[in-house]
Design a protein around this ligand. Structure first.
Ligand code: ADP
Ligand code: ZN
Length: 759
């Protein structure tokens, strides 16, 4: 480990920093007994997330790193914490000015001396900031690549390096160096000069998107030296994925969905017109929504965006022009009102939800009319290669939307990642669609394809089946085919569902030359000959949507928690507005929720809340504890609940992190080592995951013989405390295994009770 152990307490190092150009003594990592202490001190968090600790240790040892983490994974901390522990200034290269300002604001609110240099500053502001830098008052300096490469900046960098020292270079959005990536920026290519000029300064390249090709490009273009590669899973466990079929009255589906939902959300539409229309209708229905698209003036866009970020409005209705570089961690839902163009786009766009790690919902509205629109747009592309790629991407997207298998499995598979088991956090896992036997319908459909001599697409086949009087059909004399009108008993949408399902299951083929003609294959003939049955997943998710709500019903916090939470949110908004910062800069939602659950009334108790670092304690401790105390008095509630009783309601990020490792096949002992936590803590996580119904296989953790003995003990003496169970077992079993078996036993008995109640 890179940090030396020293017994000096963190408290003695507390420095009260004014917000502006604060003087901070150069901190060394030796000042912190452990990295966790430093994490709590500066950022208020108790634990590192996946890979963060390793990246930080590597950076402290001056090793280069390539960090690939999904959005919201916590990349920033990987260079921010080392920056605070190392001597000198850390230079952060970031391509987007808005993002830069957000990050600096959030850092300053944690009392961290950070600043940025970019083209938005006046000359005098620039001079002031440069002076602060040269006096060693700044730990983190954010610059845009243009600025970094400018003639004015290079001497400053040189001077910094000679006087106060340069601790590290962090290159954010590093995929911009590659023309294989999606945001190629030629200036990024020149960043290699940093490596040439400052060969001993460690460099971190960070990105959320990188295929193998882009990865190689980053290492090569930035000339990283023997970099440590840190790749975390792209699985965003806190996101719930679902697809709903879009009816004719799509708005009537959208509105209740938004009304049921708490917090802020983004609604993506394909066209500007649709954005404007939808935003307007929502406003008329009393929902605070604003539009965002490239057709609006720069100022309007800017203003709408910042009103969204500051929680002045709840909903942003936008084209995909919105979102890139938006650092709003508490977006609770993302709805694709129209079908996204590709799975990759979908991953990025839906990924703007729940960056704070809290539960969030991602919904796609699947309308067959939209597919035709997208196809039309694709056909208008001049380049046939581009057309082909776009069509293939669209097909993958449709396949995803129509699929009845775990959504996460498909998404991660698309990024080349194996995902074992079911995620239990998507519609297909939680509400599997009913499967029906549609063999007879399939035979009608396929024989119609045959009668039409395999020369037509799905729309025409369905027209024939349903006995349409379309002119072209009559001209072709297809009304005289034996299959004409034999499918009148089924609706258009049902035939489409069947047709798509057949394609999906490869029970019929479709040409890919742009005409999408249906062709029979060997499986089709087996069906026609009655040798193969056809099962169709009836993806009528409209009912399921209400089923999903009942699960939120179950997770709903008690009334007093909800009520306190809403008061704390108001307080946060007021404090944020006073400082002109977005509310999440004051506190993350998870911190507020923990406060509402635990009701801390003393500063000591308040400091225990995740997200309360030293600076936040000083700045907000008094107001928040006072508000909580007042609330408790008003409602005659007890306070300072023990975290153990208060937080058990729901799983937190730390449990999910353990789950992620477990799903990668690590044993509890390995997870404990990887996370720097105790084995007993990991066992406790796994037990809670079991109780919460997550897919943990007990057999992987406790041998079945031992399980049986422990179960017998529980059956004998009941659900008693672990210690008693252990004694009953003659102290030959350890707490971890008893805890795990007990969790499974509880889960099982819960389920049996539920079944008995429903019976
Ligand atoms: P990224 O840049 O990877 O998209 P961020 O660095 O913006 O993600 O982090 C996403 C959110 O997670 C932020 O709100 C951040 O404060 C929070 N976060 C990061 N690390 C931790 C941690 N160890 N514990 C709790 N929250 C964290
Ligand atoms: Zn799933």
């Amino acid at each position: 480990m890179a940090c030396r152990t020293q017994s000096q307490s963190v408290q003695s190092l507390m420095v009260n920093l004014p917000l502006d150009n604060s003087a901070r003594p150069a901190l060394d990592q030796a000042n912190f007994p452990s990295l966790e202490k430093a994490l709590k001190h500066f950022f208020g968090y108790d634990q590192f997330r996946l890979s963060q600790r390793q990246v930080i240790e590597d950076t402290l040892q001056n090793r280069d790193s390539l960090v690939i983490m999904p959005t919201g994974g916590g990349k920033s901390l990987c260079y921010q914490l080392p920056a605070l522990l190392k001597i000198g200034v850390t230079l952060v290269v970031s391509p987007l000015i808005a993002l830069m300002q957000d990050q600096v604001e959030a850092l300053r609110d944690n009392g961290i001396a950070a600043t940025f240099l970019n083209s938005s500053l006046s000359l005098s502001e620039l001079r002031q900031r440069e002076a602060a830098l040269l006096q060693g008052q700044i730990k983190l300096l954010y610059v845009a690549p243009e600025r970094l490469l400018s003639e004015a900046f290079l001497p400053l960098l040189q001077q910094l390096s000679q006087t106060i020292g340069v601790a590290a270079f962090a290159i954010d959005e590093a995929h911009c160096v590659s023309d294989w990536g999606h945001d190629f920026r030629p200036e990024y290519r020149q960043l290699r000069f940093l490596r040439q000029q400052y060969p001993t300064v460690p460099m971190l390249a960070l990105t959320a998107t990188a295929t193998e090709r882009v990865r190689e490009d980053i290492v090569e273009q930035l000339q990283l030296r023997d970099p440590a590669l840190h790749v975390t899973s792209f699985n965003r466990q806190n996101l719930y994925y679902e697809v709903q079929p879009k009816g004719r009255q799509a708005y009537a589906q959208l509105l209740p969905l938004i009304q049921q939902q708490e917090g802020t959300g983004i609604i993506y539409c394909l066209s500007r017109r649709r954005v404007d229309e939808t935003a307007l209708r929502l406003q008329q229905d009393g929902i605070a929504a604003l539009p965002y698209h490239a057709g609006l003036s720069d100022t309007t866009r800017q203003e709408n965006q910042s009103r969204f970020i500051r929680d002045d409005v709840r909903i942003m209705v936008a084209t995909v022009a919105f979102g890139m570089g938006i650092n709003k961690p508490d977006v609770r839902f993302v709805i694709h009102y129209d079908l996204p163009r590709s799975l990759e786009n979908y991953y990025q766009e839906s990924g703007r939800a729940g960056r704070d790690g809290e539960a969030a919902r991602c919904t796609i509205f699947l309308g067959y009319g939209d597919i035709a629109t997208v196809e039309y747009l694709i056909d208008r592309k001049p380049d046939p290669r581009e057309q082909r790629i776009a069509k293939q991407q669209l097909r993958q997207m449709i396949a995803y939307a129509e699929s009845s298998v775990c959504r996460r499995q498909i998404q991660l598979g698309y990024f080349g990642e194996d995902f074992a088991g079911l995620c239990q956090n998507c519609d297909n896992c939680c509400l599997p669609p009913p499967i029906e036997d549609w063999t007879v319908e399939a035979q009608k459909f396929l024989s119609c394809v045959a009668r039409c001599r395999e020369r037509f697409g799905m729309t025409h086949i369905i027209d024939v089946l349903r006995g349409s009087r379309k002119k072209r059909l009559l001209e072709l004399k297809h009304d005289q085919l034996s299959t004409y009108g034999i499918g009148k008993d089924r609706a258009l949408d049902e035939w489409r569902l069947l047709g798509r399902s057949l394609l999906h299951q490869r029970l019929v083929d479709e040409t890919t030359d742009g005409y999408s003609v249906l062709k029979l294959n060997a499986a089709s003939w087996q069906i026609l000959r009655g040798q193969l049955a056809v099962q169709v997943a009836i993806t009528q998710k409209l009912e399921s949507a209400s089923a999903a709500d009942s699960s939120t019903e179950r997770d709903r916090p008690p009334a007093e928690v909800a009520s306190l939470l809403s008061q704390l949110k108001d307080l946060r908004k007021r404090l944020a507005d006073e400082q002109s910062v977005p509310p999440y800069v004051v506190f993350a939602e998870s911190s507020l929720r923990q406060m509402a659950q635990q009701r801390p009334q003393t500063l000591d108790a308040f400091a225990q809340i995740s997200g309360v670092g030293n600076r936040k304690l000083d700045q907000y401790g008094k107001v928040f504890t006072a508000a909580i105390a007042q609330f408790c008095q008003e409602y005659d509630l007890s306070s300072d609940l023990q975290p153990s009783t208060a937080v058990t309601q729901s799983l937190t990020t730390t449990h999910l992190t353990t789950l992620q490792f477990y799903q990668q096949g690590l044993t509890p002992a390995e997870i404990a080592v990887e996370r720097g936590l105790r084995l007993s803590t990991i066992s406790d996580h796994l037990a809670r995951l079991i109780e919460a119904g997550q897919p943990i296989e007990l057999d992987r953790l406790v041998s079945s013989e031992r399980q049986q003995v422990i179960q017998q003990a529980i059956a004998n003496i009941g659900d008693t405390p672990l210690r008693e169970l252990r004694e009953h077992l003659g102290n030959t079993y350890d707490y971890s295994e008893i805890r795990l078996v007990k969790a499974a036993w509880r889960k099982l008995s819960q389920q049996t009770t539920a079944i008995a109640e429903n019976a």
